[in-house]
Design a protein. Structure first.
Length: 492
């Protein structure tokens, strides 16, 4: 029997606010000592009262609008009761039946076109504390609790079960991640835990309209982990059904080292959490004017910018796709292009040149150092200056790569590097002529090969001249003078 995969994703996005969700503690806790960003509210001490973080509500509405969601006029917070050791109050303040945004959609690119994935809801809640499990060898096995993360604003984006493969799930995640970065609502670093994903997956016979029994997968900390975990779980469920068994509704954890999912607990239902309205917080009344004001401030998102890059700058899809992968990369590109304003074909030619250097040599250097565009010492001004030095004949492409490497390491301006290192291109015919004569004298076999009809020998001699001039001779001048010298030698 053939089976169809059904996937829905719950993505938890930690919002980039200065303070926590319901108190004034700093939300920048990642590198702080354990239990130093705490107060009676996030510790859950009796008598403490929460206060709603307005910026977190604004970021959630902003995300909802970017996903085409309906923003209701009325929302509220609820208590979600469950007894986990990382939950300081014994309950979590979350949202149940009246979220801040609902009924949206996210378009993803798939093989053969595009597909719309429904977004059921975007709601706001507080994060839990963090547990550290200490194994044998450090005394009796036990766990430590760091409360710094407790109470941080956590936005949850819940998709409809519209994805039909791990590939579609990965495309959904990467697209959503890009939107979070463009909006500036979250750092979105999966390795730091501020962009986390739980996946609900089931399979059913092809053609069936009934959903199969689903399992929830947790503990995935990268796009690759999500993809591999879904592949494994789909295969596990298929083998169970083919063997005549039944899939159990449960929560499973992804074990990266073994490449398997393992059972953690039976899956809870909404009634298990005993939701009820949070009595310590007022309802959230969302005015239409506020929503319109947030809508006006929405930035140009990756998909929109990609289409514009192709139209305005004449970039191919490949370049536009990579350059709009992050907001920082797209803004770097546009800043570099704007430094040489021009119209028509010359503008598009220059834009393509900027793209080539960014996606080529600059990206290579960043990958070697494992840094992002925002961390490089090569500014858009540096890149524009480097391209000007190539265009005016001061540098060859080979020399420009050397200058770029120096600028990348030191942060110096390309023009200063050229002056200090004496790297400008040699266009003096007499200097190049001397190097050509030396190259021909030192390589008689190559000269003889050329005379016998091997035209490729001239390219070898050109390379020798470039070596003698340390790559500074103007390549087209070298080519011209080498051929001229060979023809003269042929006539002798």
């Amino acid at each position: 029997m053939k089976y169809e995969t059904v996937i829905g994703l719950e993505v938890h996005v930690q919002l980039q606010t200065r303070s926590k969700m319901f108190c004034g503690c700093s939300a920048s806790y990642q590198y702080a000592q354990p239990n130093t960003h705490v107060c009676p509210v996030c510790l859950g001490l009796p008598g403490s009262l929460p206060v709603i973080n307005k910026r977190a509500v604004e970021y959630t509405i902003m995300t909802g609008l970017a996903l085409g969601c309906r923003i209701p006029e009325y929302s509220k917070f609820d208590r979600k009761n469950y007894p986990y050791p990382d939950l300081m109050k014994g309950y979590q303040i979350s949202q149940y039946d009246l979220p801040l945004a609902e009924d949206g959609a996210l378009e993803i690119e798939i093989e053969g076109g595009r597909k719309s994935i429904g977004v059921d809801r975007v709601h706001l809640e507080e994060d839990a504390a963090k547990l550290f499990h200490l194994p044998d060898g450090q005394g009796e096995p036990h766990s430590l609790v760091d409360v710094n993360r407790a109470g941080s604003p956590l936005m949850e984006v819940v998709s409809a079960p519209d994805m039909r493969s791990p590939e579609e799930a990965r495309a959904y995640l990467t697209t959503l991640h890009s939107i979070m970065q463009y909006l500036g609502v979250s750092a979105g670093n999966m390795q730091d835990g501020n962009f986390r994903c739980d996946a609900n997956v089931s399979i059913r016979p092809e053609g069936s309209s009934e959903y199969g029994t689903r399992t929830e997968i947790k503990n995935m900390n990268s796009f690759r982990s999500v993809f591999l975990a879904l592949e494994h779980e789909v295969d596990r469920q298929r083998r169970i059904l083919e063997d005549g068994g039944r899939v159990t509704q449960e929560t499973r954890g992804w074990v990266e080292e073994r490449g398997v999912t393992v059972s953690q607990r039976s899956k809870e239902h909404a009634h298990d959490y005993r939701y009820f309205p949070e009595p310590d917080l007022p309802p959230v009344m969302i005015g239409g004017e506020w929503v319109e004001e947030i809508q006006r401030r929405l930035p140009e998102l990756a998909g929109q910018r990609k289409a514009r890059f192709m139209e305005q700058y004449g970039l191919p899809l490949y370049d536009a796709d990579l350059l709009t992968g992050t907001r920082a990369l797209a803004e770097y590109f546009e800043e570099a292009v704007a430094l040489r304003p021009a119209d028509g074909p010359s503008s598009q030619l220059y834009a393509k040149n900027v793209s080539n250097w960014m996606l080529g040599d600059l990206s290579r250097l960043m990958n070697l150092d494992n840094i992002s565009i925002g961390e490089t010492r090569v500014t858009p001004q540096h890149l524009a200056e480097l391209l000007n030095l190539v265009d005016d004949g001061t540098l060859s492409n080979t020399l420009a790569k050397t200058v770029l490497e120096e600028a990348f390491a030191s942060g110096q301006e390309p023009g200063k590097i050229v002056d200090q290192k004496g790297l400008s291109q040699i266009s003096d015919s007499s200097v190049v002529d001397a190097a050509v004569s030396q190259a021909l004298a030192e390589n008689p076999k190559a000269v003889a090969d050329f005379m016998s009809g091997k035209e490729t020998a001239s390219r070898f001699l050109v390379g020798q001249v470039m070596k003698l001039t340390r790559g500074q001779a103007k390549p087209d001048l070298v080519q011209e003078l080498v051929l001229s010298a060979l023809e003269k030698a042929r006539d002798v």
